[in-house]
Write a protein that binds this ligand. Structure first.
Ligand code: NDP
Length: 481
């Protein structure tokens, strides 16, 4: 039986969009060299005009950050810094609905996700790091660990506010100041965050936000006044940044791509495993670096699991991201849609079998249906390359050893999932999987107290937890290049 849902759209009226946004430098919005437009990926309507920061604007931002670092932030006692972070966390909570609606408008992700995941987790990161600000002496890095200075941070479009929180909260807690560049297609929540910094009376220059494209990111990364670079994004750009930072004395941490294996054994509770597979690859339309994009299912239960998975996928609701019933929102940009479509075509051309959920796609905007490929071999591009969309590649295995071998057969190493009722098998697998995070009987769980990061081409350094502080303190192991 299929239930129809009445539309339940979230109101947009809580958001007041400005026609045009400046750069946030030295605590104020200022003009820059040129402007570009940001659009809603669900409707292609223009949302606002945003300023493109050129090298001279980045110069101003770094100078503001340096001044704030030397005169105010690095000399402020930790307990005072903590108060600002608590204040920011509370303001994120107070303005949660506004942030969630704006995130969904600019990114295209379902309101349910921005409301229940992105925004609460962003507040949680500020609360968590506010607690660390006056306890750094007890974090295991010596009696009085020093901050690094001015941090240049570049983030992607898939979790715009959350990635900002992952970067800004630990940097500020440790006494650094920040120049952050959001992704070109999703600048709006970062600019609303700038307003929150003003509202919190954060001293001018502690947080600076420079919007723009990849060239703005390059200018931030290459700036000689930046002491540390923190980047989240694709492996290709991460490698470029590693080269740009080499022998510069800058600290560097990289959070890059992934091609995670979600491993389902024959004794796993099937219904829960199917929910976990769906969550693993269709949460945020698969625009997740740690997405469970390779399903490894034990051969003896493969047919049963795939049947249940397809039935579940057929019930997913794709469409208006502002509707509270929507499961799958829009693809963030035309370029990303083209990349997903190209990789999916390569799957068919290489001989894998494609099945897409029978959901109608809206006429306007960028959409891709939830899709699963069976008959995938390890050599196929869809088994090796990060698709970063709602596309699952299914492989089978017979023994735990084969599962480990296949799961680790990737240049990436960000995350993995294991589904079984045997605790001993979970531990056996976890100790052999080369992934920064291994989830057992769950997937895509995040907590600010838990470090996150990768192996191999998924990058280096950790974000979150005590380990994440190391990346923002002048201590050995904090990402020398
Ligand atoms: P990109 O690497 O293209 O971009 C990431 C950010 O870097 C954007 O702000 C981008 O600007 C900027 N940028 C682009 N080129 C340069 C450059 N040469 N120097 C400095 N900055 C640059 O990735 P996407 O935005 O397309 O994000 C998708 C990728 O990010 C996926 O591969 C995904 O796996 C990875 N990712 C990894 C995560 C992790 O935690 N490991 C989390 C989220 C995503 P602009 O937007 O203007 O191009």
């Amino acid at each position: 039986m299929r239930f129809e849902y009445a539309p339940a759209p979230e109101a947009r009226s809580i958001v007041t969009l400005r026609d045009s946004y400046g750069l946030f430098i030295g605590g104020e919005f200022t003009a820059g060299s040129s402007v570009f437009k940001t659009i809603s990926p669900a409707t292609e309507e223009v949302l606002a005009e945003v300023t493109h920061a050129g090298p001279e604007d980045v110069d101003r931002a770094v100078a503001a950050a340096r001044q704030a670092y030397e005169r105010v932030w690095s000399v402020m006692p930790g307990r005072e810094r903590g108060k600002y972070l608590f204040r920011i966390a509370r303001l994120i909570q107070e303005r949660a609905r506004e942030l969630a609606v704006l995130e969904t408008m600019d990114n295209g992700k379902p309101i349910r996700e921005s409301r229940d995941t992105d925004v609460p987790l962003s507040a949680a990161h500020f609360f968590y790091h506010a607690g660390w600000a006056d306890k750094l002496s007890y974090a295991g890095f010596g009696p009085s660990p020093r901050p690094l200075g001015v941090v240049g941070q570049v983030i992607p479009w898939n979790f715009p506010l959350l990635m900002l929180a992952w970067k800004v909260a630990p940097a500020l807690a440790c006494g650094n100041t920040v120049v952050l560049k959001p992704a070109e297609t999703t600048p709006l929540t970062a600019l609303l965050f700038a307003e929150i910094c003003q509202q919190a009376d954060l001293p001018p220059g502690v947080v600076n936000i420079v919007t723009g494209d990849g060239t703005t990111g390059q200018a931030v990364v290459a700036h000689p006044g930046v002491d540390k670079v923190a980047f989240t994004g694709s492996t290709a750009v991460g490698k470029e940044i590693a080269r740009a930072c080499a022998v510069s004395g800058k600290r560097l941490t990289l959070e890059l791509g992934g091609k995670a294996a979600n491993v389902v054994f024959d004794d796993a509770p099937a219904d829960q495993a199917v929910e976990g597979i769906v969550n693993g690859i269709f949460f945020n339309a698969g625009h997740v670096c740690c997405a469970g994009s390779r399903l490894l299912v034990q051969e003896s239960v493969a047919e049963e699991v795939l049947g249940a998975l397809k039935r579940r996928m057929a019930a997913l609701r794709l469409g208006d991201p502002m509707d509270k019933n929507t499961d799958i929102g829009a693809i963030n940009s035309r370029a990303q849609l083209e990349k997903i479509a190209e990789l999916a075509s390569s799957g068919e051309a290489e001989g894998a079998e494609r099945w897409s959920a029978p959901c109608p796609l809206p006429d306007r905007g960028f959409w891709f249906p939830p899709t699963v490929f069976t008959g995938v071999s390890q050599a196929h591009r869809i088994a090796r390359e990060e698709i970063f969309g709602p596309v699952l590649s299914v492989l089978t295995f017979r023994t735990p050893a084969e599962a480990v071998e296949k799961a680790n057969n990737t240049p990436y190493g960000l995350s993995a999932g294991v589904w079984t009722e045997k605790g001993s098998l979970i531990l056996w697998m976890a100790s052999r999987l080369r992934a920064g995070v291994v989830w057992a009987n769950t997937f895509n769980r995040f907590d600010p107290a838990s470090p996150f990061g990768g192996y191999k081409e998924s990058g280096f350094g950790r974000e979150g937890g005590r380990h994440g502080l190391e990346a923002y303190l002048d201590v050995p192991g904090g990402g020398d290049v």
